[in-house]
Design a protein around this ligand. Structure first.
Ligand code: FPP
Length: 249
């Protein structure tokens, strides 16, 4: 870790970026412009997380429910993703960022899927920040796709039903090779998970802020990280046991 020795940083930070539309509305601008400003905030936060040595940053960029938005907004978001991939990828690569995109990509255009594959392959061996973009992702979808794979294996006789434990099930979910999220931030004053990670958030610290996503800057991130560093993560133990574990560690 490159910064304050007094702050313990999350290994995996997940963010529900919310409030682009309201940010734009407050300024009598179109929602599309709000998303463009949102992208500027994404750049700042990715850079900062890389500098802090955070291992994984997952950004919830497009939910399965977002397909219900007006066609024009969906198209402009798709355009924004495609352009951002093209324009940012070489800089991300230079900075050793490993890019992953998770979600059901089948509804995305062929060219966008191709650009995602190229970006993924290019950055696969990078050793810096793992940047995960969740698109057309939902926690319920993730669980269902895991169940379908498991059932397929049971039917094929390669897996015994009795062998399905909590730990085994978790390996069928997206990002099972990465640490679970330690901290979830949701911006814009909404206090919901909105079908983002469900299984993965079992022990995650939750931080909600009124700040709209385009205004979420380094100071806002620092506040969230300070909140996290003050939490006592007990994972079901008592405070006393937790203190003992910390002394032993
Ligand atoms: C939520 O705000 C934001 C989104 C649905 C899209 C997020 C996209 C970006 C931040 C830009 C591009 C990002 C990447 C990773 C390339 P909202 O529209 O729901 O805001 P509202 O609740 O105020 O209407």
């Amino acid at each position: 870790m490159s910064t304050s020795p007094c702050i313990s940083y999350p290994r995996h930070l997940a963010i529900i970026m919310d409030g682009n539309g309201r940010w734009a509305k407050q300024r009598h601008m179109s929602r599309v412009l709000g998303h463009r400003e949102g992208l500027k905030a994404v750049r700042k936060i990715v850079k900062k997380c890389g500098e802090l040595g955070i291992e994984v940053l997952t950004l919830f960029a497009f939910s399965r429910e977002n397909w219900r938005r007006p066609e024009e907004e969906v198209q402009s978001l798709m355009g924004l993703f495609a352009n951002a991939l093209k324009s940012e990828i070489s800089k991300l690569n230079q900075n050793q960022v490993q890019l992953r995109v998770i979600g059901n990509l089948s509804r995305f255009s062929k060219s966008l899927r191709h650009a995602i594959e190229v970006a993924h392959d290019l950055t696969l061996n990078n050793k810096g920040l793992k940047l995960v973009i969740a698109v057309d992702y939902s926690g319920q979808w993730d669980i269902i796709q895991a169940v379908q794979t498991l059932i397929g294996q049971v039917k094929a006789g390669t897996l015994q039903t009795e062998a399905i434990t909590q730990d085994l099930f978790a390996t069928y979910l997206n990002l099972s090779d990465l640490p679970l999220p330690d901290l979830l931030i949701r911006t814009s004053g909404e206090y919901r998970i909105s079908n983002f990670f469900l299984w993965q958030l079992a022990y995650t610290e939750l931080y909600f802020t009124e700040t709209l996503w385009p205004d979420f800057d380094e100071d806002a991130l620092n506040k969230a990280l300070l909140f996290y560093s003050k939490r006592e993560r007990r994972f079901g133990c008592t405070s006393e046991q937790h203190a003992e574990i910390n002394v032993e560690a």
